[in-house]
Design a protein around this ligand. Structure first.
Ligand code: NAD
Length: 311
């Protein structure tokens, strides 16, 4: 409990993450940073009061001088896509924000492990690695826990099992071409492929892929935040507790699955050193193709970054 977590970007996801960590008492201090200073101060007060009523000892700060020597830093800063903005415009805008965030905080936080949440996720992890020049274990992206949680939810909805009985795995980039893995998904220890028909599994896979878009459409202005925030809190805890838990996370691949210099979601053992080990699953030919497709979508974004941003 002697640990410090920094959060940059205290919008929907950042504030919900701070709330989750604070009421669970995950760390000693949470330091918040956002351009909207009054809003972040209001959030800090509200969350600190929630922590107080939940008997948590976690302290919340917005003081600039406290944003140093953090053990974990979560970055959710970024702009949403606005009308008229192309996918590339959003990519370059958020890459600029990512760069400015690292310029602002990196020096004062020499030992931090970074969790990136900002979208487009895989490209933002790549940007963070490039601008910070940190080793690959120090920067992870959160998406796979969320995508897996969505798959678990849709399986539960179909089968009616309770919490903890379902373990789903999703890898690949964070987008419509993510790669849900039914053969590595279990219900009470039994393979999903032995329980549901191919058609039923296909339906769950489709729902999982569009789980984020479903919420975006209903909200009308913004994207999901409770599940993303809670998923991020699990990664924060794995680092702070050095738990060595295995979670799907976006990391730089250097030969794993045959890919180099690209970020994608894979299973990662997480501990105090961040991404401590990448676990390579044996995946069938169809999933390999889907993974290749997913990686090629991330590659397109990385090529845009390399030709227009890192020049
Ligand atoms: P939001 O608009 O509510 O919050 C973003 C916050 O970032 C705002 O408060 C804004 O003021 C702040 N910000 C912008 N530039 C900044 C800077 N330079 N320094 C500090 N703060 C800055 O958005 P949200 O719903 O919280 O989502 C945040 C990001 O997370 C978005 O990019 C979103 O697409 C992404 N997201 C990712 C996942 C995932 O699975 N990886 C899930 C949900 C959302």
């Amino acid at each position: 409990m002697s640990k410090k977590v920094g959060i940059v970007g205290v919008g929907n996801v950042g504030a919900s993450l701070a709330f989750s960590l604070a009421i669970k008492g995950t760390c000693k201090q949470i330091v918040l940073k956002d351009l909207r200073e009054n809003v972040v101060q209001a959030m800090a007060l509200d969350i600190a009061q929630a922590a107080s009523v939940s008997n948590s000892k976690t302290l919340i700060s917005v003081e600039k001088e406290d944003f140093k020597n953090c053990d974990v830093i979560v970055i959710t800063a970024g702009l949403p896509r606005k009308p008229g903005m192309s996918r590339d415009d959003l990519l370059l805008t958020n890459a600029k924000i990512m760069k400015s965030v690292f310029e602002d905080i990196q020096e004062d936080n020499p030992n931090a492990i970074y969790i990136i949440v900002s979208n487009p996720l895989d490209a933002m992890v790549y940007t963070a690695l490039k601008v910070s020049k940190l080793p690959k274990n120090r920067i992870l992206g959160m998406a796979g826990i969320l995508d897996s949680a969505r798959m678990e939810y849709f399986i539960r909805e179909k089968l009616g099992y309770g919490e903890g009985e379902i373990d789903a795995k999703v890898m690949g980039g964070h987008g419509d071409d993510m790669v849900p893995l039914p053969s590595y998904t279990t219900v009470q220890g039994k393979k999903l492929t032995e329980i549901l028909s191919k058609e039923e599994i296909d339906q769950i896979v489709e729902k999982t892929k569009h789980g984020g878009a479903q919420i975006v459409k209903l909200l009308g202005n913004g994207s999901a935040y409770y599940a993303p925030a809670f998923s991020t809190s699990l990664m924060v805890e794995a680092i702070l507790n050095d738990s060595k838990k295995v979670y799907p996370s976006a990391v730089l691949l250097e030969g794993e699955y045959g890919y180099k210099d690209i970020v994608a979601g894979v299973l990662v053992k997480i501990g105090k050193n961040g991404a401590e080990e990448i676990l390579e699953l044996e995946i069938n030919e169809q999933r390999q193709k889907e993974f290749a497709h997913s990686v090629s979508s991330v590659k397109e974004l990385v090529e845009t970054l390399n030709s227009k941003f890192f020049v």
